[in-house]
Design a protein around this ligand. Structure first.
Ligand SMILES: *[C@@H]1O[C@H](CO)[C@@H](O)[C@H](O)[C@H]1NC(C)=O
Ligand SMILES: *[C@@H]1O[C@H](CO)[C@@H](O)[C@H](O)[C@H]1NC(C)=O
Length: 398
């Protein structure tokens, strides 16, 4: 009995230690967030363990867990939902059922999942797309794209770009009664990365006459040159960890783990590319509030073999922050959401500064008690709060 009690106590303490994540004071509903963090942690551990035993690739297992979230394209009383392909890329379309005298807004949405996971069919994404269609009386196109590790950069980028180009065609817009003057793009996390990248690409594309009116980037990832920003130093243990981010970023380009390792130690950029650091220099692009207490360390250069083999990580289509000012100048009206407790926070903030510096109109919505994924995790009050702000911005600007 004595031994049993001690054993129970030990298991209890270990369990509590495993579940307990120190959270900042201003997090609303901390227990819910701890549950999500524990689920993520457990899933990551199980995946790593299985991979270690040689059972499967980490992402296959993660995807299996996540595929449970998929829902069919079901129409309801307010929205007609259907699936089709745009330029061979599978998309889900949400058409409001309400009668409309005029053409509707169009919103092209790109899901997140670190270029490895996610789908327009996930419950959370489907739910947000439905609500967007109804609340904004908009035609929502929620695109899929090929995923890593089977497909690497630029497949993800190209799929999204091809689907977007298909949509921005007068015949297609006519078919869905979309106003060519009122089309926006939105993306979350890796989807925000793709949204920023394709929006830049579109400016210079002479084949596409119809342009975007707005871009909304929701806690986007925008660069992988410097993985030692203040937000990486502060938030590396909350939700998205630095090791996971290094894995996702490197996995976008290759399954070769040596890139991941170099990225984790921030030693992947060769000296020949040192001129790129000026585009992601947090000590000049972060406002004082976010720089406070941090010292800028000049980059440590890595060997040039990695960059020769995997040039993608230095490509502006993968890292939109690497665009020069002349390119950024022509971007459409922009809305950026960043979250205080998000490892990717400073990517978004630096983009805001850089766009503002060249005169692009930007609304920056910084969520003081936000964390990565806060918009789409259903069941959190914060998700509805952010959603309301996001919808009201779109409703005024799109
Ligand atoms: C349809 O829209 C109405 C009014 O906005 C809302 O009350 C209702 O819950 C919606 N139905 C569904 C299935 O979302
Ligand atoms: C970054 O910015 C700081 C201050 O603005 C400057 O001193 C430093 O040389 C810059 N470093 C790089 C690599 O651009």
């Amino acid at each position: 009995m004595g031994r049993k009690a001690i054993l129970l106590l030990i298991v209890g303490v270990l369990g509590a230690y495993y579940v307990y994540t120190p959270l900042p004071d201003n997090i609303e509903e901390p227990w819910k967030l701890m549950c999500v963090t524990t689920c993520l942690k457990t899933m990551t551990h199980l995946c790593h363990f299985a991979e270690l035993l040689g059972i499967s690739h980490f992402m296959d297992i993660a995807r299996f867990f996540m595929s449970i979230q998929e829902v069919p394209p079901t129409s309801d009383e307010n929205v007609t939902v259907m699936e089709t392909t745009f330029n061979n890329v599978p998309v889900r379309i949400y058409l409001p059922k309400r009668k409309s005298e005029t053409l509707r807004r169009g919103l092209f949405y790109i899901h997140g999942g670190g270029w490895h996971m996610g789908s327009a069919a996930f419950f959370d994404i489907d739910f947000l797309s439905r609500r967007t269609a109804v609340m904004l009386d908009a035609v929502v196109i929620s695109t899929n794209y090929r995923l890593a590790p089977e497909h690497h950069f630029p497949s993800q980028f190209e799929d999204v770009y091809n689907a977007l180009k298909w949509f921005l065609n007068q015949d297609v817009l006519d078919k869905y009664s979309v106003d060519p003057e009122r089309i926006g793009i939105s993306g979350e996390s890796a989807g925000g990365n793709l949204a920023a990248a394709v929006t830049q690409q579109l400016i210079d594309d002479p084949d596409v006459k119809i342009k975007l009116k707005t871009q909304s980037l929701i806690y986007p990832a925008l660069q992988c040159l410097d993985l030692d920003l203040p937000s990486y130093r502060e938030n590396s243990n909350l939700g998205l960890t630095k090791s996971f981010v290094a894995r996702l970023w490197s996995g976008y380009f290759t399954t070769d783990r040596s890139l991941e390792k170099a990225m984790f130690f921030n030693q992947h950029v060769p000296v020949e590319s040192s001129h790129l650091f000026k585009f992601v220099n947090w000590s000049s692009f972060l406002p004082e509030k976010f720089r406070k207490g941090h010292f800028y360390k000049s980059p440590t250069y890595g060997n040039s073999k990695l960059a020769k083999k995997y040039p993608g990580f230095l490509d502006v289509r993968a890292a939109p922050l690497l665009a020069d000012d002349n390119r950024l100048r022509n971007l459409p009206l922009t809305y950026v959401i960043t979250c205080q407790y998000d490892i990717l926070r400073d990517d978004g903030i630096m983009y805001v500064t850089r766009l503002q510096n060249v005169g692009v109109r930007v609304t920056h919505n910084h969520i003081e008690d936000g964390f990565h994924g806060a918009l789409v995790y259903r069941g959190f009050k914060i998700g509805y709060r952010i959603e309301k702000q996001y919808m009201s911005w779109l409703s005024e600007n799109l």
